[in-house]
Design a protein around this ligand. Structure first.
Ligand code: S3P
Length: 426
């Protein structure tokens, strides 16, 4: 059994870096994700005036608040990180800050209207400097009205942007969403003493944030391992590419993130999960995954928000399962770091896997034959890592282009893959 530790959770790290400066006192954050996406958030927060309050060590920060955010001297470069851009648009729109947000070519293509429109309805001054509904965007933050929004998509970034806007502006927020998007913001705010209400409705979920007359409490947070990073090693193990299996330690087990485990269980995977407690309201534990004989399944569309980032690796797993795997309700994948449905379809076809691209998903026929070809990762980290897993299976001959894209979420990914390949042969 190969023991593995994965980087800190990216979603939680972004949020902790944005929320800690608002708290009244010193927050201690350890195990923060070290990839370029979270680094973009840390750099942005420094540019917004948090600089003096941050003491750095490896993966460790102490942040003393409350910090009054200030206008940055230059546009904030969110690089490849949608979470940085959308959440900071919300946070600054509610604060008295004027700032311009921009990103790389991929982020400039991604939709921002889903955040800009509800912010505008609440009275925020947000203005696109280029194409409508896209970065770059200039925010002139100020007084907002109470926020009430029905999001047509289950998006944690939309929900969190609005919660952050309400928090920084001191106005109440109600967001309705059609599915169970990740709830890290709600859990962190609750851990910081804020009054967050969540309700399951017949057609989705409602989240409410009440106005508080005192600032949030500081956070004492050991960021759990990122389930989305663990997913690659779970995949490698169940496909038989990690000897007799892996044990991944200290992983975040938030049920709104672990939908892949439900799907793999339905496919017949040998996976055990052992809880180890909680940090700032987030469940943490160990995952053991062993070689398994897998059968294709139809993934229920309403599970999608709980495995939205794991569809690339699931599609690669499905290419080795017996029979057909059908993924529907995944249209959001077209507006991630790349059009992931198109990228998965084209790359699986390159490997001679029979795959149909649907408007909102994929239908994949598993094969036991050898996989060979060159993968166009579209500089998308999750596409690169998913096919990296297939490339590590015995009998595969796969070259992944643009391997450095993994730096955004998992800088040590290729080294870890090599280590596991050496260990399984030992
Ligand atoms: C994230 C939310 C998800 C996810 C992204 C991270 C977050 O995006 O795909 O990788 O940290 O809030 P959406 O909110 O757009 O679904």
């Amino acid at each position: 059994m190969i023991a593995i530790q994965v980087p800190g959770d990216k979603s939680i790290s972004h949020r902790a870096l944005m929320l800690a400066p608002l708290a009244d006192g010193t927050s201690r954050l350890s195990g923060l994700a070290q990839g370029a996406d979270v680094a973009a958030t840390a750099t942005a927060m420094r540019a917004l005036g948090v600089e003096e309050a941050i003491q750095t060590g490896p993966e460790f920060l102490e942040v003393t608040g409350p910090v009054e955010l200030r206008d940055p001297d230059a546009p904030i470069d969110c690089q490849n990180s949608g979470t940085t851009a959308r959440l900071l648009l919300g946070l600054t729109a509610g604060a008295r800050v004027t700032a311009t947000f921009d990103g790389d070519a991929s982020l400039r293509r991604r939709p921002m209207a889903r955040v800009l429109d509800p912010l505008r309805s609440a009275g925020a001054e947000v203005r696109e400097l280029g194409d409508p509904g896209r970065l770059p965007v200039r925010v002139a933050g100020g007084a907002l009205r109470a926020i009430e929004h029905r999001s047509p998509v289950a998006s944690a970034q939309v929900k969190s942007a609005l919660l952050f806007a309400g928090l920084s502006a001191g106005v109440p927020v109600t967001v309705y969403e059609p599915g169970p998007s990740r709830d890290h913001t709600e859990r962190l705010l609750t851990a910081m003493g804020m009054s967050v209400e969540t309700e399951s409705l017949s057609d989705g979920f409602r989240v409410g944030l009440a106005v508080s007359d005192r600032p949030p409490h500081p956070l004492d947070l050991q960021v759990p391992g990122d389930f989305s990073s663990a997913a690659f090693w779970i995949a490698l193990a169940v496909l038989g590419g990690a000897g007799n299996g892996v044990r991944i330690e200290g992983v975040g087990l938030n049920p709104r993130r672990t939908g892949l485990l439900r799907v793999l269980e339905a496919m017949g995977a040998a996976i055990d999960v052992r809880g180890r407690g909680e940090t700032a309201g987030e469940p943490v534990g160990d995952i053991v995954a062993r070689p398994s004989s897998l059968t294709g399944v139809a993934v229920p569309a309403d599970w999608l928000p709980t495995l939205v980032d794991e569809i690339p690796v699931l599609a690669c797993i499905a290419s080795r399962a017996a029979g057909t795997t059908e993924i529907r309700g995944a249209a959001e994948l077209r507006v991630k770091e790349s059009d992931r449905l198109a990228a998965l379809h084209a790359n699986l076809a390159t490997l001679s896997v029979t795959c149909r691209e649907l408007a909102d998903g994929l239908s994949i026929e598993g094969t036991a034959g050898g996989l060979a070809g060159t993968i166009n990762s579209h500089a998308d980290h999750r596409i690169a890592m998913s096919f990296g897993v297939l490339g590590a299976l015995t009998g595969s001959s796969i070259r992944v282009d643009n391997r450095t894209s993994v730096e955004v979420s998992y800088p040590g990914f290729w080294d870890e893959l090599q280590r596991i390949e050496r260990r399984r042969e030992a």
